[in-house]
Design a protein around this ligand. Structure first.
Ligand code: ADP
Ligand code: MG
Length: 696
């Protein structure tokens, strides 16, 4: 067996031992490899420290000097304790301040040599000139490690309590010196050469302990040549795994649907609209997949309201015509119910049998599903996980919001059923990212909205301007339209001062006695929810007060106004999804964001983007910028391994390269027979996530 550094436990490295190993594991460091890939989150240039007398206000500076005073100051009259550290470097004095952390005092002794890093401030009232608030600090000692901690570009690592940055730096320095000779580069050398990537050995060394003279700015942004090389490794491993999974899918036996097309033709005639060009194109992709004797795994991406459901319906009709059952899975019960309400009549008019199956539904037609009497089952993910038995499940449509990842899809296939799988998502993300996030899937996009849609007009009001809003509501309802009002919470609670749906409903009823007001939220019983949605759709309810349960999938074309209360509390993606519930008919729709002041800068940005743009792609991009990729994607849920070094947004161009190289390598050598070390690294990288290679 090939060994690599992930086979060596950190505990047995000199200077570590069981206790430190335990602390390191809190940082995710268990093996020698983990440690080598535990990168600094920033660097300090201590090769030429600025003298205190030369500091520049407003700059982030690193200063080294000796402690001449370390005292806790209590401000009289105010409940504030400040720990003040005064440092002298021979050219001047610098004061570091820590607020309400009196315990800091015990860390320092007068005479200690320290390094402080922070933004330089001027104290206008009293002072010695230069100050730093809550600086990062490091206490130097004469432990003979001066070449590690000073006189160079010094790496700064994230710490955990009980382990200082100095200790981590020493451990990694030691590791590099003892182990780096054992590092073997798993990446084929021609791939490195083709893409101008540095050696692994060199990159690991430089990324921790850069040579004097290396530009610090790219290091700090994580885009130095050395970072790029390590980011590439991660992205390459990611894409390689996806390529292997995808190849496995492609080779697997599946159903070759062979429809005559009669039922599909009837469905298309029944649809109250003509398909858009984009819908037709995407459906032809699907049909081609369905006819092939291998399982389909296709992602359909399209902004809210572009008509994904119609396309799914067509695919299910094809399956039914070939006497296969379909399952339509939604992330929530409400959405499953919505799908059911929206499509069951049309399905039944085609002479097919459809049923709704959710966790809280009492009458479960399990027998009819098992006997094959029912053609289409609509439900939540539980449908597949709870092992409902189908007679011959041929097609699974997953309507989702990132909630059904690579792993779950692999599970689905392991159930020894190999149905065609169609995933629909309204999260508009750039193509390469989609290809990675849903890396085992083929990809189609519906990039066109049905004609005669007018963009929803979005307006921002603050809570004191409610009377305008009430006037708008009255006008719309008088025109015979329906109105949504969305609240962030169901019920008032002690913990927050947010307005709630229940109180809101009462208020609207008082304010509009002539209108019928309904209430919908997750705690209402499913049967009642169905009834409420149905009467809203039929126009019996004029104003529907709800929580975000209506976020996805609800389709009421006559609803032309949506009020989002506490809009400042919602995320961008969520606001866009909510807004997408309106603008589904040919009349002009409005989305009114009611924001409660004060709110922060980020909330202001989100609200402004909503007002400016209706374009889901733009909004997703902004969202990505505001939140960063980790939070945006919630990688944990997507089922792909965590990236520790690379950033799929920052490194988008590198991701493209990695994808191309990985897929072409798997094409040439599917089992990586010629690359045992690479294969081993790949298995480590994807460990526990998925069974990569079916054969030994
Ligand atoms: P999505 O699931 O993509 O958000 P839906 O499938 O729910 O969108 O469709 C939104 C609305 O648009 C529905 O009322 C649907 O009947 C309608 N619709 C779908 N396709 C078309 C089309 N080609 N022309 C006009 N209306 C359409
Ligand atoms: Mg939909």
């Amino acid at each position: 067996m090939v060994k690599d550094l992930s086979d060596f436990q950190i505990q047995y490295i000199k200077g570590v031992g069981p206790q430190r190993a335990r602390l390191l594991s809190r940082l995710g460091i268990k093996t020698v490899k983990d440690a080598l890939y535990y990168l600094p989150y920033r660097y300090e240039d201590r090769s030429s420290l600025r003298r205190i007398s030369d500091l520049i206000y407003g700059n982030v500076e690193t200063v080294s000097g000796r402690v001449i005073s370390a005292e806790v100051i209590s401000l009289t009259g105010r409940n504030l304790k400040i720990f003040e550290l005064i440092v002298n470097d021979g050219s001047g004095l610098l004061k570091g301040k820590w607020f309400n952390q009196p315990f800091m005092k015990k860390n320092f002794e007068v005479g200690d040599e320290v390094v402080l890093c922070g933004t330089i401030k001027r104290n206008p009232y009293w002072g010695i000139g230069f100050e730093m608030d809550n600086p990062e600090y490091e206490i130097m000692s004469d432990d003979g490690d001066s070449l590690i901690h000073t006189n160079r570009i010094v790496p700064v690592y994230r710490v955990t309590s009980g382990l200082s940055v100095r200790q981590i730096r020493s451990i990694i320095f030691n590791l590099i010196n003892t182990c780096i000779k054992d590092v073997r580069d798993p990446i084929p050398v021609e791939i490195l050469r083709r893409n101008g990537l540095r050696g692994l050995f060199e990159s690991l060394l430089q990324v921790h302990f850069p040579d004097v003279g290396v530009d610090i700015e790219p290091l700090n942004r994580g885009v130095s040549d050395f970072h790029r090389r390590l980011s590439f490794d991660e992205l390459f491993m990611l894409e390689l795994g996806l390529a292997v999974i995808k190849r496995g899918n492609v080779l697997e036996k599946g159903i070759a649907f062979n429809p005559e097309g009669r039922l599909l033709k009837r469905l298309i005639e029944m649809l109250p609209f003509r398909l858009t060009r984009a819908q037709e194109k995407v459906f032809s992709d699907i049909l081609r997949d369905m006819k092939r004797p291998h399982p389909m795994n296709r992602l359909i991406q399209g902004d809210v309201g572009c008509g994904k459901t119609a396309v799914a319906l067509m695919a299910m009709t094809v399956a039914a015509e070939c006497r296969y059952q379909s399952a339509l899975m939604a992330p929530t019960e409400i959405l499953a119910e919505q799908h059911y309400i929206n499509i069951h009549r049309m399905i039944e008019d085609l002479g097919l049998k459809i049923c709704l199956l959710t966790g809280s539904k009492k009458d479960r037609p399990l027998k009819e599903i098992a006997s094959g009497e029912i053609d289409i089952v609509v439900g939540t993910h539980a449908l597949i996980q709870e092992g409902v038995v189908f007679k011959n499940l041929g097609l699974v449509v997953i309507d989702e919001q990132h909630r059904f990842g690579v792993m779950q899809r692999a599970l689905l296939r392991k159930k020894a059923i190999n149905p065609d799988v169609l995933v629909m998502t309204a999260t508009p993300i750039p193509r390469t990212l989609a290809l990675t996030l849903y890396g085992d899937l083929d990809y189609s996009v519906i990039d066109e909205l049905p004609p005669n849609r007018r963009p929803v007009i979005t307006l921002l009001f603050n809570h004191r301007q409610k009377h305008y809003v009430y006037r708008l509501i009255r006008e719309e309802v008088k025109k015979g339209r329906e109105v949504y009002v969305v609240y962030p919470i169901i019920e008032e609670s002690e913990k927050t001062d947010l307005r709630s749906a229940i109180k809101g409903k009462n208020a609207f009823e008082k304010f509009f006695p002539e209108f019928k007001v309904g209430l919908l939220h997750g705690r209402i019983k499913p049967q009642d929810r169905e009834e409420i949605m149905a009467s809203f759709k039929q126009g019996e309810i004029d104003i529907l007060v709800s929580t975000t349960v209506i976020e996805v999938g609800v389709d009421v074309p006559n609803a032309t106004l949506m009020l989002i209360i506490h809009a400042e509390r919602f995320g961008l993606a969520q606001l866009h999804q909510l807004r997408g519930r309106t603008g589904r008919g040919s009349q002009q729709s409005y989305c009114i964001l009611v924001a409660y002041e004060p709110y922060g800068e980020e909330a202001r940005k989100r609200l402004n983007i909503m007002v400016r743009s209706n374009d889901g792609f733009r909004i997703a991009e902004e969202d990505l910028n505001i939140r960063g990729p980790g939070e945006f994607f919630g990688t944990r849920q997507s089922g792909i391994p965590d990236l520790r070094i690379a950033n799929i947004v920052r490194d988008a161009e590198l991701l493209n390269v990695a994808r191309r190289e990985a897929f072409s390598l798997i094409d040439r050598d599917p089992d990586l027979k010629g690359f045992p070390l690479l294969r081993k690294s790949l298995e480590t990288f994807w460990e526990g996530k998925i069974e990569l290679f079916k054969t030994g």
